[in-house]
Write a protein that binds this ligand. Structure first.
Ligand code: SF4
Length: 514
């Protein structure tokens, strides 16, 4: 058992639903208790889809458990098949149905339906949503893709875009445009907008573009093994990564990397003098591995932030994440426990968080600005406007999104210079964060005191700040104050100083400036 309030990912059958809902002409029969239809709302409300997901639930109740739940499942599959006439079906169980072990695949097979029926085996108690999507897509591709000759023109498939994916809709458009500029046509984009018939013709493409490893890597590997299709390893999020991606595509195809950069503004925006104050801003990044790793590169190489924390909630990608963090001199945080993430953020004292909807809440509690870079996300991150993350337009979008939550340069100066001003005082917060912003714990610099060391034979004295030193500390701008406080306390501890005075503060400052 694990006490859980927030989860970064849903159960694996939600991943299967994301694949089914992304596709056309495919139907999913889910053996699940009454009430599991809540998942429909993810698609109709958060993603604002105009149609119900193509999912039929058996919705068994307590009284059904004493009767024939297997019969109920078979009746449901037959009825769904007759009503929706899909090109193919997928069948599986939710967490509760997994416990009653009705074997959806075997039962559906006995029905002798006239369309392919693909069984899903999703272990709900050990795996999660992304695994569910990745595995479902793999099974669909394995069952439906047919050997065939390559297209005459150079084509590729786009793999991994799903329903309920963070900016998948616009990423697909952006990457399709970039490939078109190189003379490459998309053969099939899947699962998003693909039919089972489209899946069957995937092996006609010359290579695969893996957009999201979380939801498409298993299919990419299988297609490589079975149909000799190479796949791209670079995720084109950020200017550098997009350029690398196009070079990788050029190497795979022998085409020249014609890279249209006319609409690309992000590099000049971050080079312009108004972005100087962004240099060295301490940023904490926590998201799904793909977006977190892309964000780390953009933050460090393209905007000039200092990455002070990096991690992901999907442990499937722990290895590349750890390697990247190590290259940046950090230890990767791999956890799906948001309390651990919150503690790590509080300890690092960043000036900005790049994360998911969860980190937005953490940022709100700690008074730290946050921008969203990955799922899980809420309704506002399925915007009406064009808002990709990938490609050159994605880089423009990212620059705007990340800079927006920060206090602007001029305002930052005013907040520092006129601390007693009725408008520009510490507790007022940034002008665009609401006029009634209350001084957060971090802004006042008041972090919880360090625990006393009671292990030694002579008990240490509790460290404390003199009132003068506290006043002096307040002169430091609010966004760097927590770090100044921590450094001073650490310095004082090494010197055995328990009463921190103004002198200790300046000695610590000089010490760390060396
Ligand atoms: S079957 Fe799983 S997803 Fe459905 S209500 Fe039970 S625990 Fe939740």
């Amino acid at each position: 058992m694990k006490l859980t309030l927030w989860t970064y990912e849903g159960p694996p059958h939600v991943g299967a639903m994301r694949v089914a809902t992304a596709m056309e002409g495919l139907h999913y029969v889910l053996h699940a208790p009454q009430g599991d239809t809540y998942a429909d709302l993810l698609f109709t409300m958060i993603e604002r889809r105009g149609a119900r997901p193509p999912v039929t639930y058996t919705t068994f109740q307590a009284r059904d458990l004493g009767a024939d739940t297997a019969g109920l499942f078979k009746d449901t599959v037959r009825a769904a098949h007759d009503r929706f006439q899909p090109q193919a079906m997928i069948v599986g169980a939710s967490c509760t149905a997994e416990l009653i072990q009705d074997d959806p695949g075997g039962l559906a097979e006995t029905l002798g339906l006239d369309c392919p029926v693909i069984p899903l085996d999703l272990p709900s108690y050990s795996r999660k949503e992304n695994f569910g999507a990745d595995e479902t897509f793999l099974q669909i591709v394995r069952h439906l893709a047919r050997p065939q000759a390559r297209t005459e023109q150079v084509t590729c498939n786009l793999l991994g875009a799903t329903a309920l994916g963070f900016r998948h809709r616009d990423d697909v458009t952006e990457v399709t445009r970039a490939l078109a500029a190189m003379g490459i046509k998309v053969n099939v984009c899947a699962p998003l907008n693909a039919t089972p018939a489209d899946i069957a013709r995937m092996p006609a493409a010359h290579f695969n573009v893996l957009l999201y490893p979380e939801t498409g890597e298993s299919a990419a590997r299988w297609l490589e093994k079975t149909h000799a299709q190479p796949w791209t390893k670079t995720i084109p999020i950020g200017v550098g990564a997009t350029r690398d991606f196009l070079v990788e595509v050029a190497a795979l195809t022998g085409l020249s990397p014609r890279i249209p950069e006319d609409g690309l503004r992000a590099p000049w925006w971050s080079a312009s003098v108004d972005s100087t104050y962004l240099t060295g801003k301490r940023v904490f990044i926590f998201a799904d591995a793909t977006h977190a790793m892309a964000a780390a590169r953009i933050a460090a190489e393209e905007i000039g932030f200092e990455v002070v924390g990096l991690g992901c909630f999907n442990r499937e990608f722990a290895r590349p994440m750890r390697a990247l963090a190590a290259r940046m001199g950090l230890t990767a945080l791999i956890t799906d426990d948001y309390l651990e993430v919150e503690a790590a953020i509080a300890a690092a004292g960043p000036e900005m968080i790049l994360g998911t909807q969860m980190e937005r809440h953490i940022g709100k509690r700690l008074g730290i600005p946050c921008a969203v870079i990955s799922s899980p996300v809420h309704v506002q991150d399925f915007p009406a406007r064009y808002a990709p993350q990938m490609g050159f337009e994605g880089a423009n979008v990212i620059f705007d999104t990340w800079v927006h939550p920060l206090v602007m340069g001029l305002e930052e100066h005013l907040l520092t210079m006129f601390r007693e001003d009725p408008e520009f005082h510490d507790a007022a917060g940034a002008s665009h964060h609401g006029a009634k912003a209350v001084a957060p714990v971090e802004a006042s610099g008041a972090l919880p005191p360090n625990p006393r060391d009671i292990s030694a034979s002579v008990k240490d004295e509790v460290q404390h700040w003199t009132p003068e030193a506290e006043r002096e500390l307040k002169k430091i701008p609010f966004f760097v104050r927590p770090k100044a406080r921590r450094n001073t306390e650490a310095y004082a501890a090494t010197k055995g100083v328990t009463a921190i005075t103004v002198e200790t503060l300046y000695e610590a400052k000089a010490h760390y400036a060396r």
